[in-house]
Design a protein around this ligand. Sequence first.
Ligand code: PLP
Length: 324
Amino acid sequence: MTDATATHCSEIYLDANATTPILPAAQAAMIRVLSDNFGNPGSSHGAGIRARIELDRARAAVAEVLHVPVAGLIFTSGATEGIQTAALSALHPQRGAAAVRVLYGATEHKAVPEALAHWGEILGLTVELLPIPVDQQGRHDLSWLAENAKGAALVCTMAANNETGAISDLAGIARVLDALPVRPLWLVDGVQALGKLAVDWLGLRIDYAPFSGHKLHAPKGIGLLYVRAGAPFTRLLAGGGQEGNARCGTENLPGIAALGAVCEALLAGQWQAGALVVAQQRLKTALQQAFPQLVINSPSQHCLATTINFSLLGIPSKCLARSV
Ligand SMILES: Cc1ncc(COP(=O)(O)O)c(C=O)c1O
Protein backbone atom coordinates (compact mmCIF):
# COMPACT_ATOMS: atom_id res chain seq x y z
CA MET A 1 0.00 0.00 0.00
CA THR A 2 1.43 3.39 -0.94
CA ASP A 3 1.42 6.28 1.48
CA ALA A 4 -1.20 8.03 -0.63
CA THR A 5 -3.53 5.01 -0.43
CA ALA A 6 -3.00 4.71 3.30
CA THR A 7 -3.95 8.36 3.79
CA HIS A 8 -7.06 7.90 1.67
CA CYS A 9 -8.13 4.74 3.55
CA SER A 10 -7.79 6.34 6.97
CA GLU A 11 -9.64 9.50 5.97
CA ILE A 12 -12.86 10.36 7.76
CA TYR A 13 -14.70 12.70 5.42
CA LEU A 14 -16.33 15.54 7.37
CA ASP A 15 -16.99 18.17 4.68
CA ALA A 16 -20.57 17.16 3.85
CA ASN A 17 -21.82 20.75 3.53
CA ALA A 18 -19.42 21.08 0.58
CA THR A 19 -20.47 17.81 -1.03
CA THR A 20 -21.46 14.27 -0.05
CA PRO A 21 -20.71 10.74 -1.21
CA ILE A 22 -23.42 9.12 -3.34
CA LEU A 23 -26.05 7.01 -1.60
CA PRO A 24 -25.87 3.38 -2.89
CA ALA A 25 -29.62 3.54 -3.77
CA ALA A 26 -28.90 6.71 -5.79
CA GLN A 27 -26.06 4.97 -7.62
CA ALA A 28 -28.38 2.05 -8.39
CA ALA A 29 -31.01 4.46 -9.76
CA MET A 30 -28.40 6.12 -11.97
CA ILE A 31 -27.24 2.79 -13.35
CA ARG A 32 -30.88 1.84 -14.03
CA VAL A 33 -31.41 4.92 -16.19
CA LEU A 34 -27.99 4.64 -17.82
CA SER A 35 -28.72 1.05 -18.87
CA ASP A 36 -32.36 -0.15 -19.02
CA ASN A 37 -34.23 3.17 -18.98
CA PHE A 38 -31.74 5.24 -20.98
CA GLY A 39 -34.36 6.84 -23.25
CA ASN A 40 -35.12 10.50 -23.76
CA PRO A 41 -38.19 11.41 -21.64
CA GLY A 42 -39.37 13.55 -24.57
CA SER A 43 -39.66 10.55 -26.95
CA SER A 44 -43.01 8.88 -27.47
CA HIS A 45 -41.75 5.30 -27.99
CA GLY A 46 -41.23 2.65 -25.28
CA ALA A 47 -37.73 3.76 -24.21
CA GLY A 48 -38.93 7.35 -23.96
CA ILE A 49 -42.00 6.38 -21.97
CA ARG A 50 -39.87 4.35 -19.53
CA ALA A 51 -37.58 7.38 -19.11
CA ARG A 52 -40.62 9.62 -18.56
CA ILE A 53 -41.85 7.26 -15.85
CA GLU A 54 -38.43 7.63 -14.12
CA LEU A 55 -38.71 11.41 -14.34
CA ASP A 56 -42.24 11.48 -12.94
CA ARG A 57 -41.32 9.05 -10.17
CA ALA A 58 -38.40 11.24 -9.05
CA ARG A 59 -40.47 14.43 -9.14
CA ALA A 60 -43.24 12.79 -7.11
CA ALA A 61 -40.74 11.68 -4.43
CA VAL A 62 -39.19 15.15 -4.18
CA ALA A 63 -42.65 16.78 -3.98
CA GLU A 64 -43.60 14.41 -1.16
CA VAL A 65 -40.44 15.19 0.80
CA LEU A 66 -40.92 18.95 0.41
CA HIS A 67 -44.75 18.84 0.76
CA VAL A 68 -45.18 20.98 -2.35
CA PRO A 69 -47.13 20.36 -5.57
CA VAL A 70 -45.24 18.53 -8.33
CA ALA A 71 -46.14 21.37 -10.70
CA GLY A 72 -44.00 23.75 -8.64
CA LEU A 73 -40.77 21.76 -9.10
CA ILE A 74 -38.22 22.35 -11.86
CA PHE A 75 -35.13 20.17 -12.16
CA THR A 76 -32.00 22.27 -12.69
CA SER A 77 -28.24 21.69 -12.83
CA GLY A 78 -27.83 22.70 -9.18
CA ALA A 79 -28.68 25.38 -6.68
CA THR A 80 -26.62 28.06 -8.44
CA GLU A 81 -28.84 27.70 -11.51
CA GLY A 82 -31.97 27.72 -9.33
CA ILE A 83 -30.77 30.95 -7.69
CA GLN A 84 -30.16 32.54 -11.13
CA THR A 85 -33.66 31.58 -12.27
CA ALA A 86 -35.23 32.93 -9.09
CA ALA A 87 -33.24 36.19 -9.25
CA LEU A 88 -34.14 36.66 -12.93
CA SER A 89 -37.80 35.85 -12.26
CA ALA A 90 -38.09 38.31 -9.37
CA LEU A 91 -36.17 41.15 -11.07
CA HIS A 92 -37.56 40.84 -14.60
CA PRO A 93 -40.97 42.39 -13.74
CA GLN A 94 -39.13 45.41 -12.24
CA ARG A 95 -37.90 46.71 -15.62
CA GLY A 96 -38.91 50.35 -15.88
CA ALA A 97 -38.75 50.96 -12.11
CA ALA A 98 -36.48 53.85 -11.05
CA ALA A 99 -34.65 51.70 -8.49
CA VAL A 100 -35.19 48.25 -7.02
CA ARG A 101 -34.55 47.44 -3.38
CA VAL A 102 -33.39 43.89 -2.67
CA LEU A 103 -32.45 42.54 0.76
CA TYR A 104 -30.33 39.44 1.34
CA GLY A 105 -28.98 37.79 4.48
CA ALA A 106 -25.42 38.93 5.26
CA THR A 107 -24.37 35.27 5.54
CA GLU A 108 -25.96 34.01 2.29
CA HIS A 109 -23.95 31.79 -0.03
CA LYS A 110 -22.06 34.02 -2.51
CA ALA A 111 -24.28 32.73 -5.33
CA VAL A 112 -27.20 34.85 -4.04
CA PRO A 113 -25.71 38.39 -3.96
CA GLU A 114 -23.64 37.64 -7.07
CA ALA A 115 -26.73 36.50 -9.01
CA LEU A 116 -28.74 39.52 -7.86
CA ALA A 117 -26.02 41.96 -8.97
CA HIS A 118 -25.51 40.07 -12.25
CA TRP A 119 -29.18 39.95 -13.28
CA GLY A 120 -29.75 43.52 -12.11
CA GLU A 121 -26.98 44.62 -14.46
CA ILE A 122 -28.18 42.47 -17.39
CA LEU A 123 -31.72 43.82 -17.00
CA GLY A 124 -30.42 47.40 -16.80
CA LEU A 125 -31.83 47.93 -13.31
CA THR A 126 -30.53 50.12 -10.53
CA VAL A 127 -30.53 47.58 -7.74
CA GLU A 128 -30.10 48.74 -4.16
CA LEU A 129 -28.65 45.56 -2.59
CA LEU A 130 -28.78 45.66 1.20
CA PRO A 131 -27.36 42.91 3.46
CA ILE A 132 -29.64 41.96 6.36
CA PRO A 133 -27.45 41.87 9.51
CA VAL A 134 -27.37 38.68 11.58
CA ASP A 135 -26.89 38.36 15.34
CA GLN A 136 -24.26 36.35 17.29
CA GLN A 137 -26.28 33.19 16.65
CA GLY A 138 -26.28 33.86 12.89
CA ARG A 139 -30.01 34.69 12.86
CA HIS A 140 -31.41 37.59 10.84
CA ASP A 141 -32.10 40.85 12.68
CA LEU A 142 -35.88 40.94 12.37
CA SER A 143 -36.22 44.55 13.64
CA TRP A 144 -33.78 45.70 10.96
CA LEU A 145 -35.75 43.68 8.41
CA ALA A 146 -39.05 45.23 9.51
CA GLU A 147 -37.53 48.72 9.15
CA ASN A 148 -35.96 48.12 5.74
CA ALA A 149 -38.20 45.65 3.89
CA LYS A 150 -40.94 48.18 3.08
CA GLY A 151 -40.91 48.76 -0.67
CA ALA A 152 -38.44 45.93 -1.32
CA ALA A 153 -39.05 43.85 -4.42
CA LEU A 154 -37.27 40.76 -3.12
CA VAL A 155 -35.96 39.37 0.18
CA CYS A 156 -33.45 36.49 0.18
CA THR A 157 -32.77 34.46 3.32
CA MET A 158 -31.20 31.00 3.51
CA ALA A 159 -32.98 28.27 5.51
CA ALA A 160 -29.74 27.17 7.19
CA ASN A 161 -26.16 28.30 6.89
CA ASN A 162 -23.59 26.09 5.20
CA GLU A 163 -20.66 27.33 7.33
CA THR A 164 -22.12 27.52 10.84
CA GLY A 165 -25.29 25.40 10.65
CA ALA A 166 -27.37 28.35 11.96
CA ILE A 167 -31.06 27.71 11.26
CA SER A 168 -32.95 30.83 10.20
CA ASP A 169 -36.19 31.90 11.88
CA LEU A 170 -38.26 31.56 8.72
CA ALA A 171 -41.57 31.83 10.61
CA GLY A 172 -40.35 35.12 12.16
CA ILE A 173 -39.26 36.44 8.74
CA ALA A 174 -42.65 35.45 7.27
CA ARG A 175 -44.42 37.42 10.04
CA VAL A 176 -42.35 40.52 9.23
CA LEU A 177 -43.10 40.18 5.49
CA ASP A 178 -46.82 39.53 6.11
CA ALA A 179 -47.07 42.76 8.12
CA LEU A 180 -45.84 44.91 5.21
CA PRO A 181 -48.36 46.83 3.08
CA VAL A 182 -47.03 45.01 -0.02
CA ARG A 183 -45.30 41.67 0.57
CA PRO A 184 -41.97 41.44 -1.29
CA LEU A 185 -41.12 38.24 -3.16
CA TRP A 186 -39.19 35.83 -0.95
CA LEU A 187 -36.34 33.56 -1.98
CA VAL A 188 -35.21 30.96 0.56
CA ASP A 189 -32.03 29.04 -0.26
CA GLY A 190 -33.02 25.53 0.81
CA VAL A 191 -29.72 23.81 0.01
CA GLN A 192 -28.74 22.95 3.58
CA ALA A 193 -32.35 22.25 4.61
CA LEU A 194 -33.19 19.40 2.22
CA GLY A 195 -33.52 16.20 4.24
CA LYS A 196 -32.39 18.01 7.40
CA LEU A 197 -35.14 20.48 8.31
CA ALA A 198 -38.92 20.45 8.00
CA VAL A 199 -39.75 23.74 6.29
CA ASP A 200 -43.36 24.67 5.47
CA TRP A 201 -42.57 26.06 2.00
CA LEU A 202 -46.27 26.45 1.13
CA GLY A 203 -47.57 27.71 4.48
CA LEU A 204 -44.82 30.34 4.78
CA ARG A 205 -45.62 31.55 1.26
CA ILE A 206 -42.02 31.18 0.09
CA ASP A 207 -41.85 32.16 -3.58
CA TYR A 208 -38.60 30.51 -4.68
CA ALA A 209 -36.50 27.77 -3.08
CA PRO A 210 -33.41 26.35 -4.81
CA PHE A 211 -31.90 22.98 -3.77
CA SER A 212 -28.80 21.00 -4.70
CA GLY A 213 -28.52 17.21 -5.11
CA HIS A 214 -24.83 16.84 -4.28
CA LYS A 215 -25.31 18.21 -0.77
CA LEU A 216 -27.55 15.22 0.00
CA HIS A 217 -25.96 12.10 -1.49
CA ALA A 218 -27.04 12.63 -5.11
CA PRO A 219 -24.40 13.52 -7.73
CA LYS A 220 -23.14 16.94 -8.74
CA GLY A 221 -24.98 18.59 -11.61
CA ILE A 222 -28.54 18.03 -10.40
CA GLY A 223 -30.69 20.48 -8.45
CA LEU A 224 -34.17 21.76 -8.09
CA LEU A 225 -36.08 24.99 -7.97
CA TYR A 226 -39.42 25.20 -6.20
CA VAL A 227 -41.58 28.08 -7.49
CA ARG A 228 -44.81 29.00 -5.71
CA ALA A 229 -47.89 28.95 -7.95
CA GLY A 230 -48.54 32.55 -8.97
CA ALA A 231 -44.98 33.83 -8.32
CA PRO A 232 -43.47 35.67 -11.30
CA PHE A 233 -41.40 33.33 -13.43
CA THR A 234 -38.94 33.95 -16.26
CA ARG A 235 -37.11 30.92 -17.62
CA LEU A 236 -33.36 30.94 -17.93
CA LEU A 237 -33.16 28.38 -20.74
CA ALA A 238 -35.47 28.39 -23.78
CA GLY A 239 -35.51 25.50 -26.22
CA GLY A 240 -37.26 22.17 -26.67
CA GLY A 241 -40.03 22.64 -24.09
CA GLN A 242 -38.71 20.33 -21.35
CA GLU A 243 -39.82 20.82 -17.72
CA GLY A 244 -43.14 22.24 -18.88
CA ASN A 245 -41.14 24.74 -20.98
CA ALA A 246 -39.79 26.25 -17.75
CA ARG A 247 -36.22 24.88 -18.14
CA CYS A 248 -35.38 23.60 -21.56
CA GLY A 249 -32.65 21.13 -22.47
CA THR A 250 -32.76 17.33 -22.40
CA GLU A 251 -33.15 16.28 -18.78
CA ASN A 252 -30.21 14.97 -16.73
CA LEU A 253 -32.09 11.77 -16.07
CA PRO A 254 -29.29 9.93 -14.17
CA GLY A 255 -29.02 12.88 -11.76
CA ILE A 256 -32.80 13.22 -11.49
CA ALA A 257 -33.28 9.50 -10.79
CA ALA A 258 -30.52 9.65 -8.15
CA LEU A 259 -32.15 12.62 -6.42
CA GLY A 260 -35.47 10.79 -6.57
CA ALA A 261 -33.86 7.74 -4.93
CA VAL A 262 -32.45 9.92 -2.14
CA CYS A 263 -35.92 11.34 -1.54
CA GLU A 264 -37.46 7.85 -1.58
CA ALA A 265 -34.90 6.81 1.08
CA LEU A 266 -35.90 9.84 3.17
CA LEU A 267 -39.58 8.96 2.79
CA ALA A 268 -38.86 5.38 3.85
CA GLY A 269 -37.24 6.80 7.01
CA GLN A 270 -33.90 5.23 6.10
CA TRP A 271 -32.02 8.11 7.65
CA GLN A 272 -32.96 11.17 9.63
CA ALA A 273 -30.47 13.98 10.00
CA GLY A 274 -32.17 15.12 13.24
CA ALA A 275 -31.07 11.85 14.89
CA LEU A 276 -27.45 12.98 14.45
CA VAL A 277 -27.86 15.46 17.28
CA VAL A 278 -26.50 12.86 19.76
CA ALA A 279 -23.44 12.20 17.55
CA GLN A 280 -22.95 15.97 17.17
CA GLN A 281 -22.85 16.42 20.96
CA ARG A 282 -20.42 13.50 21.36
CA LEU A 283 -18.11 14.95 18.73
CA LYS A 284 -18.25 18.40 20.36
CA THR A 285 -17.40 16.91 23.76
CA ALA A 286 -14.53 14.86 22.31
CA LEU A 287 -13.12 17.91 20.51
CA GLN A 288 -13.38 20.02 23.68
CA GLN A 289 -11.53 17.33 25.66
CA ALA A 290 -8.81 16.99 23.02
CA PHE A 291 -8.31 20.74 22.49
CA PRO A 292 -8.77 22.93 25.58
CA GLN A 293 -8.42 26.07 23.41
CA LEU A 294 -11.42 25.03 21.26
CA VAL A 295 -14.07 27.67 20.53
CA ILE A 296 -17.41 26.49 19.10
CA ASN A 297 -18.68 29.08 16.61
CA SER A 298 -21.91 27.28 15.67
CA PRO A 299 -24.94 28.52 17.56
CA SER A 300 -25.79 26.59 20.71
CA GLN A 301 -29.45 26.47 19.66
CA HIS A 302 -31.10 26.42 16.25
CA CYS A 303 -28.17 24.63 14.62
CA LEU A 304 -28.22 21.85 12.02
CA ALA A 305 -27.42 18.49 13.60
CA THR A 306 -25.02 17.90 10.73
CA THR A 307 -22.75 20.91 11.28
CA ILE A 308 -20.13 21.98 13.83
CA ASN A 309 -18.10 25.13 13.22
CA PHE A 310 -15.15 25.55 15.58
CA SER A 311 -11.79 27.32 15.84
CA LEU A 312 -8.65 26.48 17.74
CA LEU A 313 -7.20 29.74 19.00
CA GLY A 314 -3.81 30.40 17.45
CA ILE A 315 -4.13 27.74 14.70
CA PRO A 316 -5.23 28.89 11.21
CA SER A 317 -8.04 26.62 9.91
CA LYS A 318 -6.10 25.75 6.71
CA CYS A 319 -3.21 24.36 8.80
CA LEU A 320 -5.67 22.42 10.96
CA ALA A 321 -7.44 20.88 7.95
CA ARG A 322 -4.08 19.86 6.41
CA SER A 323 -2.88 18.19 9.61
CA VAL A 324 -6.04 16.09 10.09
C1 PLP B 1 -26.26 27.36 1.03
C2 PLP B 1 -25.78 27.07 -0.36
N1 PLP B 1 -26.38 27.65 -1.41
C3 PLP B 1 -25.98 27.43 -2.68
C4 PLP B 1 -24.94 26.58 -2.97
C5 PLP B 1 -24.57 26.32 -4.41
O1 PLP B 1 -24.98 25.01 -4.74
P1 PLP B 1 -24.57 24.26 -6.11
O2 PLP B 1 -23.23 23.65 -5.86
O3 PLP B 1 -25.60 23.19 -6.31
O4 PLP B 1 -24.59 25.22 -7.21
C6 PLP B 1 -24.27 25.97 -1.90
C7 PLP B 1 -23.09 25.12 -2.16
O5 PLP B 1 -22.09 25.21 -1.44
C8 PLP B 1 -24.71 26.19 -0.57
O6 PLP B 1 -24.13 25.59 0.48
